[in-house]
Write a protein that binds this ligand. Structure first.
Ligand SMILES: [Zn+2]
Length: 101
């Protein structure tokens, strides 16, 4: 696995962000967040506190598809933005979120 990511085409980012906005309004997403549980830490924070997170970030080639978006609480989302991938994996391991899915 490489830490080098090719720059993403701004047009692609724009399109994928627009798709994410649309997906957030969809019945599918509303059902997804209805129980209010964060995908990462499994805390029940309530659907109002859940954000849509791309498992593979758009900046790393991820796309806005049902398979690539999960509900994340603000704490996890903020950590994911601020940590490098290795630190993020450590955080998940500390939560016990890896390997029991
Ligand atoms: Zn969380």
């Amino acid at each position: 696995m490489s830490d080098y990511y090719a720059p993403v085409d701004p047009e692609v980012l724009k399109r994928e962000r627009a798709k994410a906005r649309a997906l957030r309004q969809s019945p599918w997403w509303k059902r997804r967040i209805a129980d209010g549980v964060c995908h990462y830490c499994r805390r029940r924070v309530g659907h109002r506190h859940l954000t849509m997170d791309h498992l593979v970030p758009l900046g790393r080639g991820g796309r806005t598809t049902r398979g690539n978006v999960v509900p994340a609480c603000k704490t996890c989302n903020t950590k994911k933005q601020s940590l490098v991938p290795v630190e993020w994996e450590e955080y998940l391991r500390a939560l016990g979120a890896l390997g029991d899915d």
